[in-house]
Design a protein around this ligand. Structure first.
Ligand code: NDP
Ligand code: PYC
Length: 341
């Protein structure tokens, strides 16, 4: 690495990232049973080279805790049901602890009914969704997850923020090797990525945002105070609306506009619901499931045969070396966080 770049970053082992996260979350008063799950999400973001959802997210956690927009001592509660649905009230806390509580119940529902649906209500979600879908896929199940965020994104054809960045994540178990996972915002890019550009004074690509007057802009500051655009025009826009509906009103929780109104200028992380669906191939196909899941491998082989890569391959590649090599954090971000710790 050139010296100039070395000066701009600080090298940390993943254990040091974990220690930093624990120190900050403890100091900011997060309850003991939340610190581990929240810190592990942040470590996982760095381990997998997902800068927009790694240690940078600690700045959001601090703001959210300090503004009282998350319950640091939340006790998530499971609402019993005999159906395939598991509902958990996160009690205003970060989503991680509620998800950990719901995961075994979701798996059990999927095994019993062929499909399980986990609705987490009243949670603060600041993270990527692949940790959730990977956790479901690890049980040999197909997974889908989504959550609204804050109203930052204009619908295709409009110019005012209405939708959240509304990520969708999908996971498919594979007989060998890494699962097939994708996880992306339905906006052109996650807002966190634009925030990272703003921090380093870098222009953003065209097509990500419009300014407050509705004009295209490559200035991150102007884009953040205007609106993000959806990916794929009207198609991303419709998918974003779907996330608003199925992880909002369908599960009795907030839309992104309602979440932003609840935020009331605090600049805290989004508040509302998360939906996770688990499907057991054996619940549909019985003994034939393994054969059909194996047949899906031909699709992945054909994608790669064209020189294309599978989503999450970059992440899994990073995961194989960062536990040994550690990670580079922008120095300015590290110094800001170290001051909090
Ligand atoms: P990207 O636009 O970078 O898309 C990420 C997905 O696309 C990953 O699965 C990635 O795999 C895959 N991908 C990227 N390039 C290629 C390629 N050339 N070929 C095949 N697959 C590719 O991410 P976003 O900015 O849209 O989202 C980043 C994160 O932000 C997500 O994890 C999302 O969950 C999170 N987010 C969370 C929100 C919340 O409310 N909690 C709101 C919005 C976003 P790989 O990782 O291997 O590159
Ligand atoms: O990057 O858009 C984003 C985001 C919102 C909540 C968590 N990440």
């Amino acid at each position: 690495m050139p010296d100039q770049q070395k000066d701009a970053t600080v090298h940390l082992s993943l254990d040091e990232v974990r220690d930093l996260a624990h120190a900050i979350l403890t100091r900011e008063g997060l309850g003991a049973d939340h610190i581990g799950p929240v810190a592990e999400t942040i470590v996982a973001g760095e381990r997998d080279a997902c800068a927009s959802h790694g240690v940078y997210r600690l700045t959001n956690c601090i703001r959210t805790l300090r503004s009282g927009k998350v319950n640091p001592q939340a006790h998530p509660v499971v609402r019993p049901s005999a159906s395939a649905v598991v509902r958990i009230d996160a009690d205003g806390g970060f989503a991680q602890r509620a998800f950990d509580l719901g995961l075994p119940l979701l798996i059990e529902k999927a095994r019993t009914h062929g499909i399980g649906l986990l609705a987490i209500n009243h949670c603060v979600h600041f993270a990527a969704l692949w940790p959730e879908v990977e956790a479901v896929v690890a049980h040999g199940l197909v997974a889908l997850a989504c959550t609204p965020s804050h109203a930052w994104v204009a619908p295709a054809g409009g110019t005012a923020p209405l939708f959240g960045t509304n990520p969708i994540a999908f996971g498919w178990p594979r007989p060998e090797g890494d699962p097939f996972i994708f996880d992306f915002a339905t906006s052109a890019v996650a807002r966190g990525e634009i925030e990272l550009h703003r921090r380093t004074g870098k222009a953003i690509p065209e097509g990500w945002t419009i300014d407050a007057d509705g004009n295209p802009t490559t200035d991150p500051e102007a884009g953040l105070s205007g609106a993000l655009l959806t990916f794929g025009g009207h198609k991303g826009s419709a998918l974003s609306a779907m996330v608003e509906l199925i992880a909002g009103p369908l599960i009795g929780d907030m839309t992104s506009a309602e979440s932003l109104a609840h935020d009331d200028g605090a600049l805290a992380s989004p508040y509302g619901g998360e939906l996770v669906i688990a499907i057991d191939p054996e619940g549909i196909l019985g003994d034939a499931a393994a054969g059909h899941v194996a047949r899906a491998e031909a699709l992945f082989t054909a994608i790669r045969a064209q020189g294309a890569r599978l989503p999450s391959e970059r992440r899994f590649a990073a995961r194989r070396h960062t536990p040994q090599t550690g990670v580079d954090i922008p120095r300015a971000l590290y110094e800001e966080l170290a001051a909090f710790a």
